[in-house]
Write a protein that binds this ligand. Structure first.
Ligand SMILES: [Zn+2]
Length: 51
C-alpha cells in the first residue's frame, strides 16, 4: 500500500496501512456502486426512448 516491501500473504505492512487500505477499498466499492447506478440509469433511458 505504501510502497514498502511486505511479507508474502499479507496485504499491508502495518495497522496504519491497514486503515489506509480499507479506506481505499471503501472508495473503490463506492465508485463501482456509482458506476452500476449510472449504467442502470442509462439502460432505463434507452428503454424509455425505444418505447
Ligand atoms: Zn504499508
Amino acid at each position: 500500500m505504501c510502497g514498502k516491501a511486505i511479507k508474502y500473504g499479507e496485504t499491508v505492512c502495518s495497522d496504519k496501512c491497514q486503515e489506509e487500505y480499507e479506506k481505499y477499498l471503501k472508495k473503490r466499492k463506492m465508485y463501482i456502486y456509482i458506476m452500476y447506478i449510472a449504467l442502470a440509469f442509462l439502460l432505463v433511458m434507452m428503454f424509455l426512448q425505444i418505447m
